[in-house]
Write a protein that binds this ligand. Structure first.
Ligand SMILES: Cc1cc2nc3c(=O)[nH]c(=O)nc-3n(C[C@H](O)[C@H](O)[C@H](O)COP(=O)(O)O)c2cc1C
Length: 203
């Protein structure tokens, strides 16, 4: 299963392009799940360290749904709108709250494949720093980040929405970067599956 996580508080451009990516993966035979922060109860990490002692988060909210999805997923897509040149506060909250998941099992995200999507209202509004923040989260926690590669999708999928849904729909370059990134994401998922099977056979 692939989990697509949307860090926008509304049904806007970020949700639209993430759903496009998930639909492409479904067409290629992969099962996907969609999680959005929209309408969810999600508290900030309080750094109370309850999770370090008790291996679960003290906050009882909708992160529980995401914890379950992240455990199951073999691939993770995080899509964020660009807020002040970085990820949205909602996206950052999700990343921080994963501390509890990792406190319970530091290997829980290891060798999953990750990709990032950033949607900014401006052409150069901070999409790449936002993607890099997501990639840093991946690297920190053992997720293997992929991009779409050079010549079109250097760090991942990035969009220029001009602050409207129509703007993102018209962003041909953005969709090119998404297509390239999704392709490499699917390839990486395939490779890791073959490798895992080989290791199991050797055991
Ligand atoms: C608080 C806030 C800060 C923003 N900061 C930026 C920014 O730094 N750079 C940018 O390109 N767009 C910025 N935007 C615009 C959004 O990234 C843009 O409208 C995006 O398409 C929103 O995605 P959504 O429709 O999925 O919510 C900001 C929007 C908000 C609400």
């Amino acid at each position: 299963m692939i989990v697509g996580i949307c860090g926008s508080p509304r049904n806007g451009a970020t949700e639209y392009v993430l759903k496009d990516a998930l639909a492409t993966l479904e067409l290629n035979g992969l099962h996907t799940s969609f999680f959005t922060v929209r309408g969810k109860q999600l508290g900030f990490c309080r750094h109370c360290d309850h999770c370090l002692k008790h291996k679960e988060c003290i906050i009882n909210d909708d992160m529980k749904i995401l914890y379950g999805l992240l455990k199951q997923a073999k691939g993770i897509i995080i899509a964020t709108p660009v807020y002040n040149g970085g990820v949205s506060a909602q996206t950052k909250t999700l990343l921080d709250r994963c501390r509890a998941l990792l406190a319970a099992d530091p290997n829980v995200l290891k060798y999953k494949i990750g990709m990032a999507i950033a949607v900014g209202g401006d052409r150069l509004g901070g999409q790449e720093p936002a993607i890099q923040q997501i990639h840093t989260f991946f690297i920190l926690n053992g997720v293997i980040p992929v991009s779409g590669g050079p010549f079109g999708a250097n760090l991942g999928a990035n969009f220029w929405s001009k602050d409207t849904l129509q703007g993102v729909k018209d962003d041909k370059e953005g969709f090119r970067s998404l297509k390239k990134t999704v392709k490499r994401f699917a390839e990486a998922l395939n490779r890791i599956e073959i490798k895992t099977k080989e290791v199991k056979k050797d055991d």
